[in-house]
Design a binder for this molecule. Structure first.
Ligand SMILES: [Zn+2]
Length: 94
């Protein structure tokens, strides 16, 4: 069983099986695993997943003058993540 940073059980990103075997760490320090079911390798992504729609919604709040800090606090998204999305959307690092 492999768990992520927040202690949630990780399932295979390919077949969703939870029977995983730890396989060391990647260069970026992410936990790697091999799935015992489909034999594929994957990494545990410790960043929570947000869909495009979620990103748009949160960035929309930012456009409505809600600060990144406030959004971060309210939705539990790190400010770095928000800034990254914004950069991706607008192409600026401001
Ligand atoms: Zn699998």
């Amino acid at each position: 069983m492999v768990r992520d940073q927040e202690g949630r059980e990780v399932c295979c990103q390919y077949c969703k099986n939870k029977d995983l075997e730890k396989d060391g760490k990647s260069k970026q320090g992410k936990q790697k695993y091999q799935c015992r079911s489909c034999k594929k390798y994957g990494t545990v992504d410790n960043t929570r997943f947000y869909s495009e729609a979620d990103q748009k919604k949160l960035l929309g709040l930012n456009n409505e003058r809600m600060s990144l800090r406030a959004i971060s606090r309210q939705f539990g998204v790190s400010r770095q993540t928000l800034a990254k999305w914004r950069k991706k959307k607008t192409g600026t690092a401001s």
